[in-house]
Ligand binder design. Structure first.
Ligand SMILES: O=c1[nH]cnc2c1ncn2[C@@H]1O[C@H](CO)[C@@H](O)[C@H]1O
Ligand SMILES: [Zn+2]
Length: 332
């Protein structure tokens, strides 16, 4: 298979984890933000170390990108460049997520932050054969008082570049009990819901995200393995798992790539999708993820076509966009 030429879909990609290192250097100079001594050191600070111990250490790599992502221009540019990078490797549809509340440090309003991200995406959609949507993330460990503000700020963009609500950040057992009020509010406003769960252990969180938070998709979800209730509900309800295999190995959620359950899940009828999580932090691309999954688990073109179709079916896109994306299946 020519993995670069294959049509691809990425449903789980963080904006702040996917910034080009050269853009960070450029913007840091412009804004007088202190940088590590040379380009290699910058790349090193942005990319997860080999000996990363866990998800919390992985999340430390977001500190420098977030420092430069505090102006309209920076957010618009980074959004455009992410869609451009994806388009150039034949990603046909990309849902990008980020937490608007992490971008208010220099006084931007939530509205301006979301508008800038959507504007960059639209500029790329005009230039390239790619379509996209944004997902508004909130962080589990952050104070809850701004969550409804984020949901309200994204509301005017629903159907115009924003589609869904997500909960991200370090994972604790039982976190879902704190969030039904917020996912319910988001659903009432017209958002779709996906939740990071079952990433760092805790399969029970997946069950809770589906039953308590009405999550339609789950970010990662690999740890439904070993939790019968979680496994069964994901299978019965055909809840799509947004798996990000390289990221899961880096955060030590999975011991090694060949231990990833994606192929086993697929064989058993679970809806699995292949995604990047963070192109820069995880030092990956969709081409790399699809190649590693297909080669490690011996997946055929037909298997990949099925996974591609799962991604189309579980995308938070309009029917029109989904139909357009189904048109690429014959290129697989
Ligand atoms: O794999 C992940 N699991 C949980 N949270 C994550 C992951 N990758 C990134 N973020 C968190 O999401 C925020 C918004 O994009 C990032 O700043 C990071 O803290
Ligand atoms: Zn993620």
């Amino acid at each position: 298979m020519d993995f670069l030429a294959l049509p691809k879909i990425d449903l789980h990609c963080h904006l702040d984890g996917s910034v080009r290192p050269d853009t960070i250097i450029d913007l840091a100079k412009q804004y007088n933000i202190e940088l590590p001594e040379d380009r290699d050191a910058v790349v090193q600070s942005l990319t997860v170390p080999e000996d990363c111990k866990n998800l919390d250490e992985y999340l430390a790599c977001f500190s420098l990108p977030l420092q430069v992502m505090q102006t309209e221009e920076a957010i618009e540019r980074i959004s455009f460049e992410l869609y451009e990078d994806a388009a150039l490797e034949n990603v046909k549809y990309l849902e990008v997520r980020f937490a608007p509340i992490l971008h208010v440090n220099k006084g931007l309003s939530l509205d301006t932050i979301i508008a800038s991200a959507v504007k960059g995406m639209k500029r790329a959609e005009e230039k390239y054969d790619i379509k996209g949507n944004y997902i508004m993330s909130v962080l589990r460990m952050f104070p809850k008082d701004s969550i409804k503000d984020v949901i309200d700020a994204g509301k005017p963009y629903l159907g115009k570049g924003v589609v869904a609500f997500d909960i991200a950040g370090g994972e604790k057992p039982g976190f879902c009990a704190e969030f039904p009020e917020y996912t319910q509010y988001a659903i009432e406003q017209g958002y779709r819901v996906t939740v990071h769960a079952g990433e760092q252990w805790h399969g029970q969180n997946v069950y809770d995200a589906v039953t308590m938070l009405d999550a339609e998709r789950i970010g990662h979800g690999v740890h439904i393995q070993g939790n019968e209730d979680a496994y069964n509900i994901v299978k019965e309800k055909q809840v799509a798992l947004e798996t990000c295999p390289t990221s899961n190995v880096q955060t030590k959620c999975i011991h090694q790539f060949s231990d990833h359950p994606i192929a086993e899940f697929k064989k058993d009828g679970i809806v699995v999708t292949i995604n990047t999580d963070n192109r820069t932090v995880s030092n990956t691309t969709m081409t790399n993820e699809v190649k590693r999954v297909c080669e490690t688990f011996g997946l055929t073109k037909e298997d990949y076509a099925e996974i591609y179709k799962y991604s189309v079916e579980s995308a938070f896109a309009s029917d029109e966009v989904k139909q357009h994306l189904m048109g690429f299946v014959e290129q697989i």
